[in-house]
Design a protein around this ligand. Structure first.
Ligand SMILES: Nc1ncnc2c1ncn2[C@@H]1O[C@H](COP(=O)(O)OP(=O)(O)OP(=O)(O)O)[C@@H](O)[C@H]1O
Length: 847
């Protein structure tokens, strides 16, 4: 149908396939026919004529394999006026035909069909649009809208002229596209199903975990509540008991005082009796034996009274000790509860009572001593007076009587003395649990000696306790100050060690170009004049392995305390790195590594009453850019793939490397020896044996505080870097050249990292090399690092020495922010619970 039957072109806008085509002119039927006559054989050439508002437009489509490949459909509008448009359209279609003027390749179509994206999609043509376009949904649309409502002018009449071959190919293509899409969709559906199943499984596991955790939490809360309630009860009970006991104690003390007064009065009576005996003596001139014989009776009465006093005291002291024991028990229990502060007050009270008792005891001691002296003096005076009485005339007896009175007056403290002695002994017997016995004066001396001994022992015990307390406090402070001092020294410290001239260097008559100014500065004589370098410590050629280890060993304590610590040796080939880190070959001068093993276990032994330690280690070498596990044979290591990973705390670990536990320095050293046997070592022109790989030993120290349950993880990395060298100078070839290049590359990457850290750049290129990746947690950030720069004093290695000194100076400029890797008790326990739940182990209720 040619709807534009007029002779003029009609301009109109057309919405075609989602795109608005504006200002197109519709040619009269004559022209359209002309174009139709030019259609090209072998193409699916479509045209449709549209009728809208008495205007007609014909749109041409060429649907060809070329179109598919070019991802487009061509649409041409013909115009009566602009015949050039028609010619252009015709010529374009013709040119496509010419370009593709060969039989359509079935294989090509199949390939295209297999391609993941349908040609329809490539053409950005929606299926519905296509159906709409070819008119297959015409009736559906008509039904939907209702035939009656359809405007006759909105009708769209589509005619398709598709040669049979093309149509068949199109249909084949569409079918295979659909099949491919279907299989793709099925795959996607399958994948989604699997994902769904695994996600729901994970979800289930998580829910289970969550439930069990909630259960645990609930149980813990219940338990906690119960414990709190029982502690409350217990505390109140104890407080009541304590106050009632204190009241009893107070009343007993009052009664004791009363009894003491009574005893004094009793002793006064005894004195009176003594006086009367004296008077009798004067009258009857009796012997002293008689006097003492007659006085035995009242003295016995006084002794009996004192005995009862002693018993009373014993009773009270026992009560007191029971009370203290109860307090102690209560203290032990309550210390763990939230009411520790309340019981601390109780403890303080008991301490005060105890201190008061100790003070009283000391006073008693002093009084006993004084009284002992007085007793001796009185005895002497009495003897002297009796003697004088016997010898002198009656006139003088008056004076003697006076003297006797004086003596008796002086005797008053003696009664006090006895009483104090008795109390003293009673107290000591109560403490030691022995039964008190009253004996004569000789035994009293023994008593005093025993008493003194006990007092001395008690004092020693107290002193010991104090010393232990002071030691613990001092130890805590020492650790704190030690870490402060370590921090003040800087998180990255650089030591410089100058080795002595080797035999070879001496034979070459090499000059010494390094001078130590002091403990912190060296001067290198360069051809351009002397250059001064400063480091945290300089070790000259005479320094011993012991000295250098002593200076570095402080960091081992830091690693045990939960810090990341790294000690690494740097320097050119033959500068003494291996000597410093490992020691000499005869093991006569062990280096830092073996000494560190010993030190770790020494510290562990000192602290094992307070901490539970676990030590494990890995040992790697980086050889030719490849990480090798040294705890397995080279053949096994060759097939192993080791990857460097970081855990959530940023700790680097080597995934795939053997991690061995060690329970003693000996075990650790045996592992180290085993690893050393697997290292790559080569001979160069410069020295007989040279390490051709970087050696990295990682020692992980886990410590659990037995008091509060907190867990800290320290990592100690000991690194013996391979020596930098100039291939031209050493004469390296082939494999050795490759090794040297790899070493220099990694050291240069290390230099870049150091440079970025010292300049405080935001990006630090740790990932550029495996060496820097491995040392990531040891350089910068959370680490305490010690670099030991090894240099040779010989002028033969002047260039290398200068480069090393400059390199080390840059390292010194890095500032780190070291932090402890520590988990609280709760976190550590939760981790354990999760691990147990994951492995299906039962979880204890009282966690
Ligand atoms: N402080 C020192 N005292 C005595 N001898 C030393 C000292 N330092 C190094 N040496 C000796 O110098 C030589 C080279 O030392 P060493 O093998 O440790 O160097 P290196 O830097 O590890 O070399 P490479 O990087 O090639 O392995 C050895 O024979 C070693 O015994």
């Amino acid at each position: 149908m040619y709807l534009n039957n007029g002779a003029e072109n009609v301009s109109m806008s057309l919405n075609f396939m989602g795109r608005k085509l504006r200002n197109h002119t519709v040619a009269p039927a004559a022209k359209q026919l002309q174009l139709y006559g030019k259609t090209v054989p072998g193409r699916a050439l479509l045209f449709l004529t549209m009728k809208r508002m008495q205007e007609s437009v014909r749109v041409w489509f060429s649907l060809t394999p070329v179109c598919r490949q070019r991802n487009c459909l061509a649409a041409f509008l013909t115009s009566e006026k602009s015949s050039s448009n028609i010619d252009h359209a015709t010529s374009t279609i013709h040119s496509w035909t010419m370009a593709e003027n060969k039989p359509i390749d079935q294989a090509h179509l199949e390939r295209a069909a297999k391609s993941e994206v349908s040609w329809l999609r490539k053409c950005r043509l929606k299926w519905n649009t296509f159906r709409h376009w070819i008119g297959t949904d015409h009736h559906r649309e008509a039904n939907a809208r209702g035939a009656s409502k359809r405007h006759p002018e909105d009708e769209m009449d589509i005619k398709m002229f598709i040669p049979y071959d093309s149509a068949k190919l199109c249909i084949t293509q569409i079918t295979s596209d659909m099949m491919a899409m279907k299989s793709k969709h099925q795959e996607v559906i399958q994948e989604m199903k699997e994902n769904f199943v695994s996600a729901s499984r994970d979800n289930q596991t998580l829910e289970d975990l969550n439930e069990s955790l909630q259960l645990q939490q609930k149980m813990l809360e219940d338990k906690n509540e119960k414990v709190m309630a029982s502690w409350d009860k217990e505390k109140n009970k104890m407080m009541d008991q304590f106050s009632s006991r204190l009241d009893i104690l107070h009343s007993h003390q009052a009664s004791t005082l009363q009894e003491l007064h009574l005893a004094r009065a009793e002793m006064g009576k005894v004195q009176e009796i003594l006086q009367s005996i004296q008077e009798k003596k004067e009258e009857q001139n009796c012997t002293e034996e008689q006097i003492s014989g007659e006085t035995n009776e009242p003295l016995d009465g006084a002794q009996a009274h004192l005995l009862s006093l002693t018993e009373n005291l014993l009773k009270r002291e026992r009560e007191l000790s029971m009370l203290m024991a109860e307090q102690k028990r209560a203290t032990g229990a309550v210390e763990q509860s939230a009411y520790a502060h309340l019981l601390t007050a109780v403890i303080q009270q008991s301490h005060q009572v105890y201190a008061a008792l100790t003070e009283a005891k000391e006073q008693f001691d002093k009084m006993a001593e004084d009284n002992q002296k007085e007793l001796v003096e009185i005895k002497e005076k009495l003897e002297q007076t009796v003697k004088e009485c016997d010898e002198k005339s009656p006139e003088e007896e008056e004076d003697v009587q006076q003297k006797m009175e004086d003596v008796q007056m002086d005797h008053a403290p003696h009664s006090d003395l006895l009483l104090h002695e008795v109390i003293q002994v009673a107290l000591e017997c109560i403490r030691s649990g022995a039964k008190p016995t009253l004996i004569g004066s000789v035994a009293s001396e023994e008593w005093t000696a025993e008493l003194d001994e006990r007092v001395r022992l008690k004092q020693i015990k107290d002193d010991n306790k104090k010393v232990i307390e002071n030691y613990t406090t001092e130890r805590t402070l020492r650790k704190k100050y030690y870490n402060m001092v370590e921090d003040m020294k800087g998180k990255i410290r650089v030591f410089c060690r100058i080795r002595p001239l080797t035999r070879a260097e001496q034979a070459k008559k090499g000059q010494v170009v390094i001078t130590c100014l002091d403990d912190y500065s060296v001067i290198l004589e360069t051809p351009r004049g002397p250059r001064e370098f400063q480091f945290d410590k300089i070790f000259n050629s005479q320094c011993t392995q012991e000295e250098i280890f002593t200076e570095s060993s402080g960091l081992i304590q830091c690693a045990i305390d939960g810090f990341n610590v790294c000690i690494f040796a740097y320097g050119h080939t033959g500068s003494g790195k291996t000597f410093t880190m490992v020691g000499d070959r005869d093991r006569r001068n062990p280096g830092i590594i073996p000494r560190t093993f010993t030190k770790i276990f020494e510290i562990i032994q000192d602290n094992e009453s307070k901490f539970d330690f676990k030590v494990s280690a890995y040992m790697l070498e980086l050889y030719n850019d490849r990480l090798q596990d040294l705890f397995v044979t080279p053949a096994e290591a060759f097939n192993k793939r080791i990857e460097i990973k970081r855990d959530r705390k940023g700790l680097v670990f080597a995934q795939g490397a053997e991690m061995k536990d060690a329970a003693s320095a000996g075990e650790l050293f045996a592992l180290f020896e085993q690893g050393c046997a697997n290292r790559h070592i080569a001979a160069t022109k410069m020295n007989v044996e040279s390490s051709r790989s970087h050696l990295i030993i990682g020692i992980m120290i886990e410590s659990r505080n037995l008091t509060n349950g907190s867990v800290s993880f320290g990592k100690l990395s000991l690194v013996d870097l391979a020596g930098s060298e100039r291939a031209a100078k050493t004469g390296a070839k082939d494999d050795q050249l490759k090794e040297a290049n790899s070493i220099n590359k990694s050291l240069s990457a290390l230099g870049d990292v150091i440079s970025a850290l010292s300049l405080e750049q935001t990006h630090v290129p740790y990932r550029n090399n495996k060496l820097t990746q491995l040392m990531q947690d040891s350089l910068g950030g959370n680490a305490k690092t010690l670099m030991i720069l090894n240099i040779s004093p010989s002028d033969g290695t002047l260039d290398e020495t200068l480069t090393s000194l400059i390199y080390a100076t840059r390292v010194k400029a890095i500032t780190n922010n070291a932090q402890r890797n520590i988990d609280s008790k709760e976190i550590a326990q939760l981790k354990e619970v999760i691990l147990k739940l994951k492995s299906g182990q039962p979880v204890e209720e009282d966690i």
